[in-house]
Ligand binder design. Structure first.
Ligand SMILES: NC(=O)c1ccc[n+]([C@@H]2O[C@H](COP(=O)([O-])OP(=O)(O)OC[C@H]3O[C@@H](n4cnc5c(N)ncnc54)[C@H](O)[C@@H]3O)[C@@H](O)[C@H]2O)c1
Length: 371
């Protein structure tokens, strides 16, 4: 199959949808790879690195017009709508339940749109969202530790302490992928870590894998209030699938924290789980409310594109290989997880939540494919 890799044109997006290593794997399986010139530069992959493994470098027109399967990271922006066409399978993050103009553009163009974020295993895991949660979780502790330093407005506290001086207290609300990854970095730094969860099964699992090195507490309003009051760093990492994040940390709780303490609200992309949060950017990441530093960057993985690109393509490559080698129809017929990723096909909405969000007709994928 002819597989294209587009350069991201959305502002502040430096990731690319395929690494040279991934390109080589596809080339070895007999596929042809065309990479848009400069697509990998933001992730430290120069055009020559792709050429060296046998990929071709092309213009934006060549990549969009000649590909059968087009790989991207972010959803097409308006300037790209005109490039969508019948006969093209687009594989990227889409998030179209919240984007009616793009939904209409996908339907009107006849493109087949497969969304990373809705690829879902039988056990409800989201394998193409997980790597970005791993990155954001690890980065959250790093960002928190940085802003706790006095010159950056923080309390002036070293999370790990030193012999004879107590470590800092990190409170993580939500012990899923983000929360677990935040915890292992905090433990690595030597901090004292508490995770508040509301799933007992998840807490049992965390107890097993973290071998008792963290305090695990049932999440409740009262428990959050008392844990947050003493914390040096609070990390908001909850998720209620398909819903806005609940405001678990209230303004009053923030008011009771130490001046210079830090809150990293990772759940900000779902509205945030801290009442005083609002989205920020990498160029202006923090603001202060009641003396507490708030870090609320909505696209945290974008700050470390080299790591994020590699983590993302590690996860997407098996699906890319399946689509390229089998064709979309056979690939989705053989893999229900990938089938869940198909949002729009031949002008029909094949993902129920997207149809519901925009009041459009829903066509089951099997019907749209005539399976
Ligand atoms: N800002 C960013 O750049 C960025 C990047 C990746 C993920 N995220 C966001 O981070 C959040 C967490 O993602 P994840 O992949 O870890 O999700 P996840 O589903 O793996 O984990 C969420 C956890 O929150 C727990 N939870 C739900 N309600 C709770 C409550 N009231 N109290 C305590 N725990 C509760 C769940 O039981 C679950 O274990 C999501 O909102 C996600 O969108 C943000």
């Amino acid at each position: 199959m002819r597989v294209g890799v587009a350069k991201e044109i959305k502002s502040d997006e430096y990731r690319v949808a395929l690494t040279p290593a991934g390109a080589l794997e596809l080339i070895k399986r007999g596929h042809e790879i065309v990479v848009e010139s400069g697509a990998g530069v933001g992730s430290a992959f120069a055009d020559t690195l792709y050429e060296r493994v046998g990929a071709r470098i092309g213009t934006v027109e060549e990549v969009w017009e000649s590909s059968e399967l087009l790989l991207k990271v972010k959803e097409p922006v308006r300037a790209e709508y005109g490039r969508l066409r019948e006969g093209l399978t687009l594989f990227t993050y889409l998030h179209i339940a919240a984007d009616e103009p793009l939904t209409q553009a996908l339907i009107g163009s006849g493109v087949t749109a497969v969304a990373y974020e809705t690829v879902e295993t039988g056990r409800g895991a989201l394998p193409l969202l997980a790597p970005m949660s791993e990155v954001a979780g690890r980065l959250s502790t790093q960002a928190g530790a940085y802003f706790l330093e006095k010159p950056f407005g923080g309390r002036g506290l070293l999370l790990g302490g030193v012999p004879g001086v107590a470590p800092g207290r990190v409170v993580i609300i939500g012990g899923g992928i983000v929360g677990y990854n935040a915890a292992i970095i905090a433990l690595g730094l030597g901090a004292q870590v508490t995770i508040l969860e509301r799933s007992i099964d998840r807490m049992r699992h965390l107890e097993e894998i973290l071998s008792g090195r963290v305090t695990l507490l049932m999440s409740s309003t009262l428990q959050i209030a008392s844990s947050v009051e003493d914390a040096d760093l609070v990390i908001g990492a909850v998720l209620i699938p398909g819903a806005l994040a609940p405001k678990l940390v209230t303004r009053e709780m923030i008011g009771g924290m130490n001046a210079g303490a830090v809150v990293v609200d990772v759940a900000i992309d779902q509205g945030g789980c801290v009442e005083t949060s609002h989205p920020t950017t990498h160029s202006d990441p923090v603001f202060v409310v009641d003396g507490v530093i708030h870090y609320c960057v909505a696209n945290m993985p974008g700050g470390v594109p080299i790591t994020s690109t590699k983590a993302l393509t590690n996860a997407t490559l098996p699906y890319v290989e399946a689509i390229a080698s089998l064709g979309l129809r056979s690939a989705v017929a053989g893999d229900p997880a990938l089938a869940k990723g198909v949002n729009v096909l031949a002008g029909k909405v094949t993902y129920e939540a997207v149809a519901e969000a925009h009041g459009l007709d829903y066509t089951p994928l099997a019907e749209a494919l005539g399976l």
